[in-house]
Design a protein around this ligand. Structure first.
Ligand SMILES: [Zn+2]
Length: 485
């Protein structure tokens, strides 16, 4: 693992230089955030920051009904008071979203509620989770108002990108959205966030040990030319820092909180710059999405996104290690690509129990069939891949994290390291189903696709990876006392 110092994301010019955004020929998108402020008392700067970007009109503060504290203070009242200090002549319009049955979702109804509640606002401020952030992001875009995010937990990378995870017709989709103008990360707020959220954030960051390899793999096999090592390095260079900071994820250790917040922010920036989630969303994220779908399908609450992603990353890292140990790409030269009808049948079978109507399977098939077509076209390049395999393999290995290191990071943060430890516990059968079938939901080439086309991805292989990951998690050291409060 490289011990390169990670970038400070508050220095946006340095981030731009690191990925070559100053090069006019760069195919990458820009960074639309004007300011990122990270510090133990970053909230003190909120009035000035909002004053610098707002347009005429009131200020809309978007919150949910979850109690939040900063030390002895009620966080929502504190932020409202900060905003009132921007201009004594304007009103603060608090838009409070209430979680309905099954929790709060970033759906059309919630966005419309904020659009209506924030009418006439010259600035929209989001104070809450990734879901609140995504709803307010879309609402501010709809009304054309500047957008300020006050991050309340270090749980997901939604705060620093220009995408929103929206619920559209019951299916979670990552859609292009807008950048925040300003991101405020008060480390005292993060330290006081619910421990489960901050632990889940370490799981979300653990995707840095698996997702970049999927993106690189797709490029190597001619399935996605957008791979860019510099974008990955934005956060992957912080891998050692993540391992060092993980024990402080739920503490008031300012150094650890800052490190984790910086890495989370960098990972969000990387997604926005790449214009896609590939840099830090690969096979491990498909597992989490399938677990969400399984929970929703049976009316159960799902676990936290990051908690699921972290556990999945460990299992996926094991699966990668097993594949790379023996994989010979020459097998692909003689392997016949699966017939579309056979793949359609596999997808129907995988999702039938969850959705007997077949609509879910057809939604997945509409994405997967494109991947299959692409693979058939890309097979012409296989001889060249075979020739370059030692180099590709070394590159993949350098991007992957060792399973023991991933388990150590999760354990030291007090985060879930096995599917059974996720709250609520994921049944063994669901975990196997999600790992085996995750690659069927996306038009994006990943580990499981390669192994499937080579005839090496089976339900048994997925089960074996989960077993080995559980053994690695068991062997990982338990948290040092005080590291996980
Ligand atoms: Zn994620």
């Amino acid at each position: 693992m490289t011990a390169v110092r990670h970038l400070d994301p508050t220095d946006l010019d340095a981030v731009r230089r690191a990925v070559g955004l100053n090069d006019p020929s760069s195919p990458l998108g820009g960074i639309g955030i004007r300011r990122i402020v990270i510090g133990p008392d970053a909230l003190d700067e909120l009035p000035q920051l909002v004053g610098g970007v707002r347009q005429p009109g009131s200020i809309a503060l978007v919150v949910d009904d979850t109690p939040m504290r900063r030390g002895p203070d009620d966080l929502k009242a504190l932020v409202a008071a900060c905003l009132a200090a921007v201009d004594p002549d304007i009103g603060i319009n608090v838009v409070r979203l209430r979680a309905g049955h099954g929790g709060l979702h970033a759906d059309a109804a919630a966005i419309a509620e904020v659009v209506a509640g924030a009418a006439g606002a010259g600035c929209v401020v989001a104070l809450g989770s990734g879901t609140i952030c995504d709803i307010a992001k879309e609402a501010s875009r709809a009304i054309g108002a500047p957008f300020v995010v006050v991050q309340t937990a270090n749980s997901v990378n939604a705060f620093s990108d220009d995408m929103a995870v929206l619920l559209i017709n019951g299916v979670k989709r990552t859609m292009p959205s807008r950048w925040p103008d300003v991101l405020v990360i008060d480390l005292t707020v993060l330290a006081d966030a619910p421990a489960a959220l901050n632990r889940a954030g370490v799981g979300e960051l653990a995707a840095m040990f698996t997702a970049p390899a999927d993106w690189r793999l797709a490029e190597a096999f001619g399935m996605d030319p957008s791979w860019d090592r510099r974008v990955v390095d934005l956060f992957r260079n912080g891998a050692t820092a993540l391992l060092d900071a993980a024990p402080g994820a739920t503490s008031d250790n300012v150094v650890a909180q800052r490190t984790l917040a910086e890495l989370m922010t960098l990972s969000g920036l990387a997604l926005g710059i790449a214009g896609k989630t590939s840099p830090i969303s690969g096979t491990e994220h498909t597992v989490s999405h399938l677990l969400d779908m399984a929970a929703a399908g049976s009316g159960r609450p799902a676990g936290l996104h990051g908690a699921q992603v972290g556990v999945a990353a460990l299992a996926v890292a094991v699966a990668w290690e097993r594949l790379l140990a023996t994989f010979d790409p020459r097998v692909l030269l003689s392997a016949r690509p699966p017939a579309p009808a056979a793949m359609h049948e596999r997808i129907v079978a995988a999702f039938r129990a969850l959705d007997p109507s077949g609509a879910m399977a057809e939604e997945c098939w509409s994405e997967y069939r494109q991947k299959l077509d692409h693979w058939n076209a890309a097979r012409a390049g296989l001889p060249a891949v075979v020739e370059r395999w030692p180099e590709i393999r070394a590159d993949l290995a350098s991007l992957l994290g060792r399973p023991a290191a991933i388990a150590g990071a999760l354990r030291s943060a007090g985060a879930s390291a096995t599917f059974a430890e996720i709250d609520p516990a994921v049944a063994r059968g669901d975990a196997e189903w999600a790992l085996f079938n995750g690659h069927l939901i996306r038009n994006r080439f990943m580990l499981a696709d390669l192994a499937w086309f080579a005839g090496e991805w089976t339900a048994d292989a997925a089960a074996a990876a989960i077993d080995e990951a559980a053994a690695v998690a068991l062997a990982a050291a338990r948290p040092v006392s005080g590291a996980a409060s």
